[in-house]
Design a binder for this molecule. Structure first.
Ligand code: BTN
Length: 232
């Protein structure tokens, strides 16, 4: 059964993530709330990075229930978005990057806990942009999903359609692991995962029960819970 969605759309705003949180702070109960925009002046990315607004992009933030395994929630979302855009053959790079068919980042997502819910922010480079073109010489540079130009009304319609698809097509933890691995662009490839304290290298064997990367080296599997992944 389709669930009710409350949708706030802004042609321009500071950050859909901030608006979502401020809006929820004013309410007693938490609805299926979606905030969308085509242009953010203070977009936030993961690890305190900025998330710049570019032409033909979509910024959206919304509320969801966590996956039954909390740490799988963001991986589940990546897998559902690949399902949503199945015609465009998107791929996933651990932990949370969405890549287009040329292996370039075309969307990013961040998740924050809020009471017993999750606030999700997704930035989607939907159509082409001049800024993106400059980064396309790099593997895992940034690019877009489609060649379509979108206007403000399209952004509202597409973000509603994506949120509606997500809340009506949730994956169990088992489905998340299976679907995520099926979209993974570096399964069985040599990778390196770096964070502030350590570097793990070996063959990426998929994600484990909590979304951790399983890295095989010298017949041993190491579980890696955080870091940035690079292809060797
Ligand atoms: C990443 O760093 O890869 C995640 C980027 C997430 C950006 C989105 S755009 C919608 C929402 N509003 C924000 O300010 N950030 C998120």
């Amino acid at each position: 059964m389709n669930q009710n969605i409350e949708h706030l759309h802004f042609e321009k705003c500071e950050s859909t993530q901030t608006i979502l949180k401020d809006e929820l702070n004013l309410r007693d109960s938490i609805p299926n709330l979606l905030v969308s925009s085509g242009s953010q002046s203070k977009g936030r990315g993961r690890s305190d990075n900025k998330w710049d607004s570019i032409e033909n992009s979509i910024a959206m933030s919304f509320v969801i229930e966590p996956n039954s395994v909390l740490t799988l929630t963001s991986l589940e979302l990546g897998a559902i978005i690949c399902n949503y855009f199945h015609d465009y053959s998107l791929k996933l790079k651990w932990p949370n990057d969405l890549l287009n068919s040329q292996q370039m980042k075309c969307a990013g997502l961040l998740c924050q806990t809020y009471k017993d819910k999750i606030l999700v922010g997704i930035g989607i480079n939907y159509g082409p942009s001049q800024i993106l073109e400059r980064s396309q010489q790099y593997k895992f540079g940034r690019s877009h999903i489609t060649n379509k130009q979108i206007n403000d009304s399209d952004i509202k319609i597409i973000s509603h359609s994506i949120y509606s698809y997500i809340i009506n097509n949730r994956l169990t933890s088992e489905e998340t692991i299976e679907t995520w691995n099926s979209y993974c662009t570096h399964l069985n490839q040599k990778v390196e995962i770096r964070d502030d304290k350590r570097v793990d290298s070996g063959v990426f064997k998929g994600i484990g029960p909590n979304g951790e990367a399983l890295i095989e080296s010298k017949d041993l599997i190491t579980k890696v819970y955080s870091g940035s992944l690079f292809l060797n």
